[in-house]
Design a protein around this ligand. Sequence first.
Ligand code: CAA
Length: 246
Amino acid sequence: MTARVALVTGGTGGIGTAICRRLAEGGHRVATNFRNEDKARAWQAQMQAAGHDIALAAGDVGSPEEAERMVREAERQLGPVDILVNNAGITRDGTFHKMTAPQWQEVINTNLNSVFNVTRPVIEGMRDRKWGRIIQISSINGQKGQYGQANYAAAKAGMHGFTISLAQENARFGITVNTVSPGYIGTDMVMAVPEDVRAKIVAQIPTGRLGNPDEIAYAVGFFIPDEASWITGANLSANGGQYMGW
Ligand code: CAA
């Protein structure tokens, strides 16, 4: 496989770490962003100890200015971005009748506005070079909705709307744009759901268990090779069978 430059947002998180590792193992040069430098440097050292050199670029994906600076810094270190994985995301769960404006805005900004903020500075280069991969990490809850996640489900469904529009606009330029929709994965984000609530969710998963981050990284990797160039605008569910809608 041709070695490419990949930028993974939120790469230091649970699913992000697995995506960075998989792309690096595939021979790609990988960068991620950070907001907390100490935490990111410690993560980078751990990745290095495991044999993976991951570049770091400062920036909050929720800010257009910081996101652009972050992209330029990643490019300065590694070269033009060929593969973008929009993975950064947060939750601020709560039933809607109690949801505050900040709970709504923070989730929409970090999970959805970020997709504009980070993709905009890379798209022109991909179009010029006639090759690109843009992958959104959405969620099962963007497909089926989730009690307590009106903000998150709206943002995650919005990510796929973005995917299918961008896929149409850029297909002629060798750029594919796809979504991966993970189900419940054993990350800190899911472990923060109260245990009794989580147990009820796991009971609804036909495989009978939470997913693991490597299973999502595998789905991301699927879209990258040249053999995958006919696959664009897809939404790949990786959820242990919890939701099978199409
Ligand atoms: N269906 C129907 N009723 C439900 C329900 C559901 N799925 N979940 C909760 N309820 C009911 C409760 O039984 C309770 O009813 P009673 O008052 O009659 O006992 C009521 O709703 C509780 O409502 P409240 O407004 O008082 O809510 P709360 O403050 O207790 O918290 C919550 C509600 C925050 C939504 C909590 O249930 C929760 O954390 N749910 C999990 C949400 C979730 O799945 N988050 C995913 C995080 S991980 C992630 O997002 C990654 C990914 O992509 C998959």
